[in-house]
Write a protein that binds this ligand. Sequence first.
Ligand SMILES: *Cc1c(COP(=O)(O)O)cnc(C)c1O
Length: 380
Amino acid sequence: MPFPLDIPFNRPYLTGNELAYINDACQSGHLSGCGKYTELCETWLQLHFGAQRVLLTHSCTAALEMCALILDLSDDDEIIMPSYTFVSTANAFKLRNVNIKFVDISEETLCLDPALIIQAINKKTKAVVVVSYAGRNPHIEQISQICKAYNLVLIEDNAQGLGSTYNGQPLGSYGAMSCLSFHETKNISCGEGGALIINDANLIEKAEWIREKGTNRSAFGRGEVDKYTWLSLGSSYVPSELNASYLWAQLQSFESITAIRHDAWYGYLNGLTGLAKRGSFKLPLHPNKEEYINGHIFYLLFPHSQARDSFNRKMNLKNINCIFHYIPLHSSPFNILNVSSANDLPITDNISSCLTRLPMWVGIDKYQAYITEAIHAVFN
Ligand SMILES: *Cc1c(COP(=O)(O)O)cnc(C)c1O
C-alpha cells in the first residue's frame, strides 16, 4: 500500500465529557430547552463576546432567520451580502421576501469588499450581512464604520469565526447581532446547533419572543409574568438540553481546541510557504498582527479550475481528502429564477473555481508533515 493513511477532510472532536453531561441531562428529567446546560452555554458565550444576551438555537440557519424577523425586514428593504457564502445566509432573508444585493468579495480576504459595499448602498438598504470566511475578516472594523456612517445594521454570519479576534476583539461582537454554528463541521460542535449573539440591548425582548414561537414564554420561565401569550411572529428555535449538554463539554475545551487549530493553521502556512513561492498556488493572506486566527479552514488558491481539480484528484488518490467550497449564490438556478438579476461578481466566480481546502481538525498536526510532503510530491 503506497498510501496507508486515510485522512478525512473533517473529523469531529470529542472532548471526553460529552456523554457524562448528556447522561446528567437525562437524569435531571429536563430535556426540552432552556435548562441548566442551555444556561451554562449561553452565559459562557455572553462572557466570551461581551454580549448583551446570547440565545442558543438549533442551527446558525435558525439564528439568521431570527435576525430577519427581529429587524422586521420586508420586500421594501434591501440587504447587502456576499454571494460567496453558504445558502442559509441568503435563504434566511429571502424567506421574509427581503431584496438581496449580492456584492463581490475581496481577492485577499474572501470577505465582502468594503469599497464595493459603499457602491451598493441605496435608499432601500437596511443591513449588511458579513460572512467571516475561514474565520477571518481583516476588514471588519472598516465595515463596521461604514455601517455606522450609513446607518445600516451590521449582522455577522460568524458561523466559522468563533475563537477569532481582531485587535483583541472577538469576531461576532462587531454587529448588532451575530450568528454562530455548532454544526459537526465547525470548530465547536454539537452535531447541529447554533446561537444568536445580541450586542444591542434593544433587540433582546423581540429575540426572546421570536425564539419561543412569538410568545413571552422566556419571561414567564423567569417568573416575570404570570402567563405567556402570542405577541409577535415567531417560530421554534430552542435547542434541547441533549444538544446543550454535549455543547457544554465542547465549550469547556474551547481554549485548547482553538489553540490546537490555530497552530495547525500555521503548520500548513509554514510548511507550504516555500512551495507557494514557486507559483503553482497561492496561500491565504498573511495574517497581520491584529488578527488571531481560529484555524477553521486552510485553503489554497490555484491559477484556474483545471489546476485546482487536478490537485484535488491527485490528493484524493493519496487518500488525503481536499475539497472545493462554495458555489456562488448569484448564479445559482434558484437565484436567477426567484431572487435577483444575476450581477457580475468576477472575484466570487474566480475564487469559487480556484479554491481548495486542506484537511483541518483537532489531531491533524500528527499528519501535517505527511500532508505537506504529499503536496510537494504533486508538484515535483
Ligand atoms: C456552516 C455555516 C452556516 C450554516 O450553519 P448551520 O448551523 O448548519 O445552520 C451558515 N453560514 C456559514 C457561513 C456557514 O459556514
